[in-house]
Design a protein. Structure first.
Length: 434
């Protein structure tokens, strides 16, 4: 059954999106410009108020590192603020220098793109061809979901599976009698709830089903986890010849851009030569390349394990304290982001304002980032957050939640959330019937 959106339903969903976005903005929870003249990472100023910053994804604090700043300055001195040519024609040597470092980090061939989204838009039409079938996890990054629209336009069947539902996936694999490849699109670390893909189970499926391929967006797992920061997914299972990994450089890496990594050198070359955005879009600016090289050098240095250890201490602190407070977070994986579901958007905003007024900034997550009626607060920690600041924030969050909603632990039913998911008006793929 075709469950693509009717114009009327699409309008309703867009109106719901607009309502969420405008409500959060008016309350000071989104699209805010910080007022600080110098950014340190742990504190921001909004509307004249100093706030502990728990909305940043620079998990290792590299975005504020002086070596990345120096790398950017050197690149500007050498090549200017921009080098205005498509890479299809010419590029600067910094691309080569960065690629060499990434190939050591991943132990694989890489393709570098201006953003993670453009990396997806470059790789997927090349990797996934007519006759293939695509399954995508319902909680995959919005950029992954948006990329599947190109596949559907090419006549490729795209089906959404409930978040983490390997039983339904394996049943579909067993029943599939096609001849093309089967692709599963997942995240290494899911961007809203902080839970992780079942990497070991997925590798077992790769061994059982020769037609299966996995495309993993590990943007939130890259840098802070794994050997040389290669990511959460690769740290757990390593490479498989039918695995492709995409990462973003705007989070723990402290720079900008996206990378596609694959053990297949010919495939990497094909993506670089034929991926549309890599031919027709602009290049990465020299200062960004310079900062990225500096960040890669840090990941390849003896310093990285200490940075990772400092972050893991903070992750374990949050998990220990919040579980003891019965906060009812959606997931307690050892990742640097968490989600506290509240439910209705208006109640979520009450909690956001109460915590903000007490001195802490957390992210509001509403539709379409999360399903309708499952809004909540999403927060992160980085190495820039002092331990005492984390303790104070969690104590405040627990106290304000108790004041507003009473002494009842929030029990999150993941299956119920998955079953109630509403598609975005512009990014969700088709959902199979049955």
């Amino acid at each position: 059954m075709d469950k693509s959106l009717s114009p009327t339903r699409a309008d309703r969903l867009m109106e719901a999106f607009k309502h969420t976005a405008s409500t959060v903005r008016e309350a000071g929870g989104s699209r805010q410009l910080i007022e600080d003249e110098h950014f340190t990472g742990d504190v921001i100023t909004l509307r004249g108020q100093k706030l502990g910053n728990f909305g940043l994804c620079s998990y290792l604090g590299l975005g504020e590192d002086h070596r990345l700043r120096e790398g950017a300055h050197k690149a500007i001195d050498a090549y200017g603020t921009s080098f205005s040519s498509s890479l299809a024609y010419q590029g600067i040597p910094l691309y080569r220098d960065l690629r060499e470092r990434f190939e050591i980090i991943f132990g694989a061939k890489v393709v570098i793109a201006p953003t993670t989204t453009l990396a997806h838009f470059s790789a997927m039409p090349v990797l996934i061809r007519p006759g293939d079938v695509v399954y995508v996890d319902a909680q995959a990054h919005a950029s992954v979901l948006s990329s599947t629209q190109m596949l559907q336009a090419n006549g490729i069947e795209v089906m959404q599976v409930r978040h983490g539902d390997l039983v339904t996936l394996e049943t579909a694999l067993q029943k599939d009698e096609g001849e093309g490849r089967i692709w599963l699109l997942v995240d290494g670390v899911y961007s809203m709830h902080g839970d992780t893909a079942p990497a070991e189970a997925l590798t077992a499926l790769l061994e059982m089903y020769p037609r299966l391929h996995i495309y993993c967006d590990d943007a939130h797992g890259f840098g802070w986890h794994g050997n040389f920061g290669s990511g959460q997914y690769l740290r757990r299972v390593g490479w498989h010849h039918r695995l492709v990994v995409a990462v973003g450089l705007a989070k723990a890496f402290g720079s900008m851009g996206g990378v596609i990594a694959t053990p297949d050198g010919d495939l990497a070359d094909l993506i670089e030569l034929t991926g549309p955005p890599l031919t027709f879009s602009g290049p990465i600016p020299p200062p960004t390349l310079g900062a990225s090289i500096a960040a890669a050098d840090i990941l390849l240095s003896d310093e990285l394990p200490d940075l990772q250890s400092e972050l893991m201490k903070r992750i374990d602190l949050v998990n220990t304290m919040s579980s003891g407070m019965s906060l009812g977070l959606t997931d307690y994986s050892r990742t640097p982001l968490w989600f506290l579901e509240v439910g209705p958007l208006n109640k979520t905003m009450e909690l956001f304002v109460a915590v903000r007024d007490a001195g802490f900034f957390l992210n509001v997550a509403g539709f379409p980032a999360v399903p309708l009626r499952h809004a909540g607060l999403r927060f992160t920690v980085t190495t820039k957050n002092p331990v005492s600041q984390i303790e104070d924030m969690l104590a405040c969050l627990s106290e304000k939640r108790l004041e507003l909603f009473g002494d009842t632990e929030i029990e999150v039913d993941i299956d119920k959330i998955a079953a109630s998911e509403e598609p975005s008006p512009f990014s969700r793929p088709l959902v199979p019937e049955g």
